[in-house]
Design a protein around this ligand. Structure first.
Ligand SMILES: [Zn+2]
Length: 146
């Protein structure tokens, strides 16, 4: 597996034909990122929470590459409201299984909103933020404490 770090919390995990993009915050939104939303051909997209520095480029990547998306149910609903398709919406502890492995939502201590307006930079609370570890090839491989 190849792992590309694009700055902040944005990682690209590439394994064969699969490219999992986590928390896209890319140039120019993140002036320190080494890639733009046009540079990454994600087949899968996972979001930990809705803060702008984790989702700023999610919609742009998702509209262009049509990845399978995984996000906490409230954030998944927001993605769909932005016109994103192929969205899975597990809740805390939920696992989404793919042919290459799985993504499980685990607790993370933080807050969770999506970008709002200039007057109100953060929108309503969107529930619990999640860690999104990439799992083993089979769901049964997850330890109980995750
Ligand atoms: Zn945050």
């Amino acid at each position: 597996m190849e792992i590309r770090y694009h700055g902040h919390s944005c990682f690209e995990l590439i394994d064969g034909e699969t490219t999992l993009l986590v928390d896209p915050f890319l140039a120019p939104n993140n002036p320190l990122a080494d890639a733009t939303a046009e540079d990454i051909d994600a087949t899968h997209l996972a979001l930990t929470h809705g803060h702008a520095d984790h989702v700023a480029d999610a919609v742009a990547v998702a509209r262009r590459t049509k990845p399978q998306c995984v996000a906490m149910v409230e954030l998944a609903n927001w993605l769909e409201e932005q016109g994103v398709e192929n969205v899975s919406d597990p809740n805390l502890g939920g696992t989404v299984i793919f042919d290459w492995g799985s993504i499980k939502l685990v607790p993370a201590w933080h807050t969770n909103t999506v970008p709002g307006s200039e007057e109100r930079p953060f929108s309503a609370e969107l529930g619990t933020p999640m860690g999104v570890p990439r799992g083993p090839d089979h769901q049964d491989g997850w330890p109980d404490h995750l």
